[in-house]
Design a protein around this ligand. Structure first.
Ligand SMILES: NC(=O)c1ccc[n+]([C@@H]2O[C@H](COP(=O)([O-])OP(=O)(O)OC[C@H]3O[C@@H](n4cnc5c(N)ncnc54)[C@H](O)[C@@H]3O)[C@@H](O)[C@H]2O)c1
Length: 247
């Protein structure tokens, strides 16, 4: 048992989808700082080029394309000979009333936020199950996958699916591989800034027991904890980090 969660990350081979910005980037930075080998799978080439984190590299991947995900994992097989921690964080968001959602809006959301998580977790899961040591899969849920939030029906449905996927994979892959969904509430990233004005952010903050959004790094630290041996008895959970929102 290590003395701290980040100590047990040293030398681990970690994949983080959506690792070029926002929460994913904070996760990449935390693991890299802890001495892990980290690769960010992201579709944003400019953000990948700007990912200047010692110990981390980037690979252009579209998680909604199963061939793109499969070939990225095949490259890792060649370069790393395996993987220890798989983090399916990449996601998109849009704010649309349920009666105005088009079939294309709905499909695109499911393609990235649910199917994209499945493709990554499945490719990673196959490798972790085949390895001697097993490993950890962490997928990005949200409090939106647990309770209703107006104007996000497509997003909420995808996140609820992610939580069900994590619980089911945890049962099928136990005891070798642990699988959890992390469910943040409001986190201050570009995704959040794109959809909320300063006034809207202030209203949200006022309604939260802790009176503020989470920082990406506060969420990243939970990922490091759950990937570590400090989280060794945690699997099949939707782990909420929400400043008291759901309470
Ligand atoms: N910000 C919040 O308040 C909040 C709360 C709960 C959950 N989340 C979830 O956390 C995750 C990260 O969100 P964020 O706020 O950091 O957003 P962000 O927009 O800052 O980062 C998302 C990253 O995912 C990448 N990405 C998007 N689609 C992709 C695809 N098809 N293939 C590869 N990469 C792709 C983007 O390029 C970007 O780098 C998402 O799954 C989001 O739903 C965010």
């Amino acid at each position: 048992m290590s003395d701290a969660p980040d100590e047990s990350s040293r030398g681990k081979r970690v994949v983080v989808t959506g690792g070029a910005s926002g929460i994913g980037r904070a996760i990449v930075e935390r693991f890299a700082r802890a001495g892990a080998r980290v690769v960010a799978f992201d579709w944003d080439k400019a953000a990948l080029a700007a990912l200047d984190v010692a110990g981390a590299s980037g690979q252009h991947v579209d998680v909604s394309d199963p061939d793109s995900v499969a070939s990225a994992f095949a490259t890792l097989d060649d370069e790393w000979g395996g993987v220890d921690v798989v983090i399916a964080n990449a996601g998109i968001s849009s704010r649309v009333g349920v009666l105005d959602l088009t079939p294309a809006d709905w499909q695109r959301m499911l393609d990235v936020n649910l199917s994209g998580v499945f493709y990554v977790a499945q490719e990673g899961g196959r490798r972790l199950m085949a390895s001697e040591a097993g490993g950890v899969i962490l997928v990005m849920g949200s409090t939106n996958g647990i309770t209703g939030h107006p104007h996000y029906a497509h997003y909420n449905a995808a996140k609820a699916g992610v939580i069900a996927l994590a619980k089911t994979m945890a049962l099928e892959l136990a005891p070798k591989v642990r699988v959890n969904a992390i469910c943040p509430g409001y986190v201050l990233t570009d995704m959040q800034r794109a959809e909320y004005t300063d006034e809207m952010l202030a209203v949200v903050n006022e309604g939260l027991p802790l009176k503020r959004h989470a920082s990406p790094d506060e969420v990243a630290r939970l990922f490091v904890f759950l990937a570590s041996d400090w989280g060794a008895y945690i699997t099949g959970q939707a782990v909420v980090i929400d400043g008291g929102e759901l309470a």
